[in-house]
Design a protein around this ligand. Structure first.
Ligand SMILES: Cc1ncc(COP(=O)(O)O)c(C=O)c1O
Length: 351
């Protein structure tokens, strides 16, 4: 993990483009602190308000690269904006007004970037005129401050061929950078042009005009990104125990999809020649092994998850290894729905 953090920081060290690591990948302040200390960072990216509330413990410049529209959540963003520099994405007048109202009520200024659909077909307005129209509206709204544009090329980050990824990544960034140019030509501020993920950090991160990259998975990695030509190493595993070996070629461990997700495919087995996970149930990983494999009941197995973010969201802590020694335990404090914890406690125990 430390090597991954150093490599990413080094890539941006001499660049005008900065790194804004995505906190959603690990939800762990102890890791975010290391990313910030390594340098080259403009701040942190978050996906949710509750992540931002926890990330604000370690960082004073946070982008929620996502739409926030619920009045209570907007009020929480505004409250945060009184303590740290907060920026949120908007792609609608409704969303913009909700953020503006909350900011004005709190006496805060919330930064806004217009979310641009650069081809992922998720949130975001179309590049060009639609961005300019919404940006003008932002500039005319109280409580908010226009800071620029963002556009996440999520449809490109996992494209296996490097040449294809480069071509599609550059094409996606064209619409974003052109939109930024239109804003500036119109006299509007556009300090942030935020984009990028682990699969495109060195593509979008070298497109002139892109000011920061929101990569997150590079810190810990997974099999999905491990299949690409990236300079990052697998740095976390889910440990399980063999609970059954019904046949010479079938082993069952106690780590199912309640401990490692399968939305990006089945996990792999670390360091066991010829072993592969054949299925995951709630609490079971079924693993095919060669008959000569020495795994016995009670032995530990380590799975390499296929998707970092949702797997980590299933766990309370990281056991931190230096080599084979556990040297620390880090709380994954933004996992789940941390904002509900206090409310649930008082519901269950009103005294
Ligand atoms: C808005 C946004 N930015 C950036 C990322 C980059 O994440 P990763 O490093 O996992 O590619 C994501 C991932 O889903 C995202 O949703």
């Amino acid at each position: 993990m430390d090597r991954n953090i150093r490599r990413m920081a080094a890539f941006f060290a001499d660049a005008t483009c900065r790194l804004r690591p995505h906190f959603k990948a690990h939800k762990t302040p102890a890791i975010a602190r290391r990313q910030l200390v390594a340098g080259s960072c403009s701040g942190l990216t978050c996906a949710t308000v509750s992540e931002a509330e926890i990330a604000a413990e370690v960082c004073d410049d946070i982008l929620i690269a996502n739409e926030v529209v619920d009045p209570n959540k907007c009020a929480r963003v505004a409250a945060l904006a009184r303590r740290v520099r907060m920026t949120v994405a908007v792609d609608s007048i409704e969303g913009l007004e909700a953020v503006g109202r909350a900011a004005a009520t709190a006496g805060a200024t919330v930064g806004v970037v217009v979310d641009v659909n650069v081809g992922q077909m998720r949130c975001g307005v179309s590049p060009g005129g639609d961005v300019l129209r919404l940006a003008r509206r932002v500039a005319a709204t109280g409580g908010v401050e226009l800071r620029g544009v963002m556009g996440y090329e999520g449809h490109v980050v996992s494209v296996p061929s490097r040449a294809e990824r480069e071509a599609q990544g550059r094409a996606a960034m064209e619409g974003l950078v052109d939109s930024a140019r239109m804003l500036r030509a119109d006299g509007l501020p556009c300090e942030l042009v935020s984009a990028g993920g682990t699969g495109t950090y060195d593509i979008s991160g070298r497109v002139p005009g892109v000011t920061e990259i929101q990569a997150g998975s590079y810190v810990l990695m997974d099999t999905d990104y491990g299949g690409l030509d990236l300079p990052f190493e697998q740095a976390f595993w889910v440990m399980g125990t063999v609970i059954s070996r019904p046949t010479a070629t079938r082993v069952v461990a106690d780590c199912g999809h309640k401990s490692t997700t399968k939305d990006h495919g089945l996990p792999r087995v670390r360091g066991l020649q010829g072993a592969s996970v054949t299925s995951l149930n709630d609490e079971h990983a079924t693993i095919a092994v060669p008959p000569a494999c020495g795994l016995q009941i009670g032995a530990r197995v380590f799975l390499i998850p296929s998707h970092t973010d949702p797997t980590i969201n299933l766990h309370d802590v990281f056991y931190v290894l230096d080599g084979e020694t556990v040297v620390d335990v880090w709380r994954i404090s933004a996992r789940g729905y941390p904002e509900h914890r206090g409310a649930v406690d008082s519901l269950l125990d009103p005294s």
